[in-house]
Design a protein around this ligand. Structure first.
Ligand code: BJ8
Length: 382
């Protein structure tokens, strides 16, 4: 596939994917396509894909509906949870509106209690995600994945074969490989692109319902970035790894602060970045449920206890991406990432000898000035 537009226009197109997806979803619904909506990386999207449904990430990334959510939920709750509920309550998320089934997982406490409330608006299926990656945890999750398959079959009056699941696994693995090759370009020194452009692609691709075509586009874009590499563009910039909670619309606030103060984001460890893409599903495992369970439960989110995979992933990313500094951004009232930041800080500074900075934020822009000042001071001392 050849991409005719120039790079800024292509990056912009990826950032428009979410808006365009509203219309596309409407068209596909009219053609009778089923939709399954989710919020979290632990959802094994291969099962809805295997039955020919589309998967869509539900709105939860900005503060637009938080005031309405706060009428029912505590104010001192994570903004991601309030936003998810607010969009469902106000019916302002077209993806939620068009979804036939909403799927949640028992990750953090606030989220799992919020899923109970979502059931007032839509059919909701909650997968019981063990918070431990022990052999027993993996076994339990494999059973939960089977239950999820049965739920899809009864809800949509269809059958899902193991052959279809294998095909879906192959497709999602191909997309993971393409995305890894794309964000892996940032291992180049100087970096070939800015962190916001990288984020636009990682985020936008999730709103493309034709997965195979989206994968081809990512591959073509990767080649185009290589062909047009200008080492002068980001020469001398401090190479930053971002980690912590998924921060939705605040990504722009934080990345702008980093990149206007002499840094460049070369790696996202967060969901949407390496945490959710890095590991492939074992296509040689004849037991598809075991293969899915092993891969999904290994996602190193802080809701796992203990969570050694996150340190292992950070260790590797810091070396591979030649990281000068780690910035951890945690959403307000996100207790799991907040508590885990102690271990992350110690590991990064003591084991890896890399400077680390922590900050807490929400979806508003009221702290943009403070974020900019703190990030500027951090990058200056690198
Ligand atoms: S796999 S990171 S998408 S749970 S920020 S709602 S943890 S209080 S979003 Fe997440 Fe899945 Fe993990 Fe990824 Fe709770 Fe924290 Fe809020 Fe969070």
């Amino acid at each position: 596939m050849e991409l005719v537009k120039d790079l800024p226009a292509i990056f912009e197109e990826f950032s428009e994917q979410r808006k365009n997806a509203f219309l596309r979803m409407h068209e596909l619904k009219q053609q009778g396509k089923p939709f399954v909506g989710g919020f979290c990386t632990y959802l094994p999207k291969e099962l809805p894909l295997a039955m020919g449904a589309c998967m869509v990430g539900l709105c939860s990334k900005d503060g637009e509906t938080i005031p309405e959510a706060e009428q029912d939920l505590p104010r001192n709750l994570c903004p991601l949870i309030k936003s998810s509920y607010g969009y469902a309550k106000t019916d302002k998320c077209p993806f939620f509106y068009f979804s036939d089934l909403i799927v949640g997982e028992t990750t953090c406490d606030g989220k799992k209690k919020m899923y109970e409330m979502l059931a007032e608006f839509k059919p909701v299926h909650v997968m019981e995600l063990p918070n431990s990656q022990s052999p027993m945890g993996k076994k339990l999750f494999a059973e939960e994945i089977k239950k999820f398959k049965e739920k899809l079959e009864s809800h949509f009056e269809t059958t899902i074969t193991e052959e279809q699941i294998k095909e879906a696994i192959h497709k999602t693995n191909e997309q993971r490989k393409a995305l890894k090759a794309f964000y892996g370009l940032q291992k180049m020194d100087p970096a070939p692109m800015g962190g916001l452009d990288m984020h636009r692609v990682l985020d936008g691709v999730q709103f493309r319902f034709d997965m195979e075509r989206a994968t081809e586009e990512v591959k073509a874009l990767t080649q185009k970035v290589i062909d047009e590499y200008d080492p002068e563009k980001y020469r001398g910039r401090k190479r930053i790894l971002l980690t912590g909670s998924p921060i939705g619309c605040s990504t722009q606030k934080v990345v702008n602060a980093i990149e206007s103060n002499g840094g460049v984001v070369v790696c996202y460890e967060n969901c949407g970045g390496a945490r959710s893409v890095d590991e492939l599903i074992d296509e040689t495992n004849p037991d598809v449920y075991d293969a899915l369970a092993k891969r999904y439960i290994n996602i190193p989110c802080s809701c796992m206890s203990p969570n050694p995979g996150r340190l292992e992933l950070m260790d590797r990313l810091i070396d591979e991406y030649k990281i000068d500094g780690v910035i951890e951004v945690v959403l307000q009232a996100c207790h799991t990432f907040n508590v885990e930041s102690y271990k992350i800080k110690n590991y990064v500074t003591e084991k890896k000898g890399v400077p680390y900075m922590f900050m807490e934020t929400d979806y508003s822009s009221t702290d943009a000035g403070q974020v900019n000042t703190r990030v500027g001071a951090f990058i200056e001392m690198l």
